[in-house]
Design a protein around this ligand. Sequence first.
Ligand code: SAM
Length: 272
Amino acid sequence: MTSDLAGNAELTMTQQAYSRDPLEDRETGHYRKEYVTPFVDKWDELIDWDGRAESEGQFFIDILKARGKERVLDVACGTGFHSVRLTEAGFDVTASDGNAAMVAKAFENGQARGLILKTSQADWRWLNRDIHGKYDAIICLGNSFTHLHEEQDRRRALAEFYAALKHDGVLILDQRNYDEMLDHGFSSKHKYYYCGDDVSAEPEHIDEGLCRMRYDFPDGASYTLNLCPIRKDYMRRLFREAGFERVRTYGDFQDTYAEDEPDFFIHVVEKS
Ligand code: SAM
């Protein structure tokens, strides 16, 4: 496992750090101050691995297998849900994340299932500095990309993903349906991603530049994430401008959907 000093500091951080006015915190690197150890420890309560596995079914496995992909880089592994699932399904997976506490948790979760995950700590903005070799596929799931608050960081991360993929590589990246949240307010089926029954995940503030999500746990603990509410068509344009040739967007794992229906969009993006 590779790490750096900034990353190791997160392993001991216990409290989220925000400015006096937390709505001012709209900076890409801020995620490192948000995923503190107690929140990382609670993440699996929030997502509920069994519920999430059931709701997404074979979606990612089928997409990767249909394209003959084997070597997968999970760039936002978090606690390891997809890295573990894909390893169990026979893929050669590297679990990576910019947050050291997350990488450690993913490794631990793999071990608990009898797996030794290949792990690496890498910020997407400098991905190819820390990740070596080329991959058949990159996955960036769980609404992670919307931690990037600045457009130049989004472009930079996509350029790094592009460079880490083989010539016919595929990127699978998902996001919340922010268009719906911005235009009509928040509602959720609570069916996908955050499947834990007793945990609430709701925005406490939304404007064109910030979606501040709040996660309340049954023991009274509460955490927040400051995310950038990226619109779907803007995201699709960024993929093309980064050089990707084909972009297909699913809504809650379905090929056809009404724009206002899905809670999440999943972009399947191909280099050639
Ligand atoms: N994919 C996991 C899931 O679905 O459960 C984790 C999702 S969590 C919402 C977002 C993850 O993205 C966190 O683990 C965070 O550390 C990581 N992340 C955010 N910004 C990052 C960046 N610039 N570089 C690398 N990782 C980043």
